[in-house]
Write a protein that binds this ligand. Structure first.
Ligand code: AR6
Length: 229
């Protein structure tokens, strides 16, 4: 809703048309410039501090938008009462980030287009180090929505991920996530973990944690930029 309110590109057209891949999309929601929709990495199951994570997101977004033009970044959270979205929104406004280039959105990242919120080709996943489906959170949702195609395509590219890195996976056109939502790439990102019940716990070391989270976003945005080039 925030995006629709602020973005002149989102005219309320109800016409549908088919894009190059034959996917029916509402005209109003087709991405004229490349859009990355991404969840807040590490701030739920991995228990990273929200205040520190929101600082890292805003700084990383500013750094990226200073280098790359004609792209749009959208931070998505499924929860209507998302603490992370409120923090990031407030900090982004204070830093005068152009809302056409960066905004927040409430929604299920696996259903943004069909729910009429946003159609974008590239989405990010808050992954686990083994790049396995399941486990809850956004990882379980994305693997479920994309089906076995994503599992197989992921295995072809990588076995594991180290904290602070990401890997871009082209989604086969047979994947339900591609067919239904028009998503062509999923970028798996592994953030820092502060949950003692998960591997590689940083035990509240936020000096290291913030560095790893900054590296994770830098890697995600760089992978997104390479896809769009
Ligand atoms: N759409 C949009 N945002 C979502 C969705 C969704 N469908 N589901 C969750 N979120 P988390 P982490 C938000 O826990 O903290 C997994 O089990 C959620 O509200 O998914 O990096 C992996 O396998 C939060 O803002 O990721 C890893 O083991 C954000 O997504 C571990 O959790 C990230 O929450 C990673 O933990």
């Amino acid at each position: 809703q925030e995006i629709k309110d602020k973005d002149p590109c989102f005219m309320e057209l109800e016409n549908e048309h088919e894009n190059k891949e034959g996917i029916k999309l509402k005209d109003s929601l087709v991405d004229d410039i490349p859009i990355l929709a991404f969840p807040s990495i590490s701030t739920s199951d991995f228990q990273f501090d929200h205040g520190k994570a929101s600082d890292v997101i805003v700084e990383s977004v500013i750094e990226f938008l200073n280098k790359v033009d004609n792209v749009r970044l959208v931070l998505v959270d499924i929860s209507h009462k998302s603490h992370m979205l409120s923090l990031v929104k407030e900090k982004a406004e204070k830093k005068n980030i152009d809302p056409n280039k960066f905004s927040t959105l409430v929604g299920d990242i696996t259903r943004l287009c069909t729910e009429g919120k946003l159609c974008c080709r590239v989405i990010a996943n808050a992954a686990n180090w083994r790049l396995k489906p399941g486990g809850g959170g956004v990882n379980a949702a994305i693997f479920k929505a994309a089906g076995e195609d994503l599992e197989m395509a992921t295995k072809e590219r990588a076995d594991t991920l180290s904290p602070g890195t990401s890997v871009a996976i082209p989604l086969p056109s047979t994947s339900p996530l591609y067919r239904r939502e028009g998503v062509t790439h999923v970028i798996h990102v592994l953030g820092p973990n502060m949950n003692p019940q998960r591997p590689n716990c940083l035990k509240n070391d936020y000096v290291k944690g913030c560095k790893v989270l900054r590296d994770a976003y830098a890697s995600l945005f760089e992978n997104f930029a390479s896809i769009t080039r």
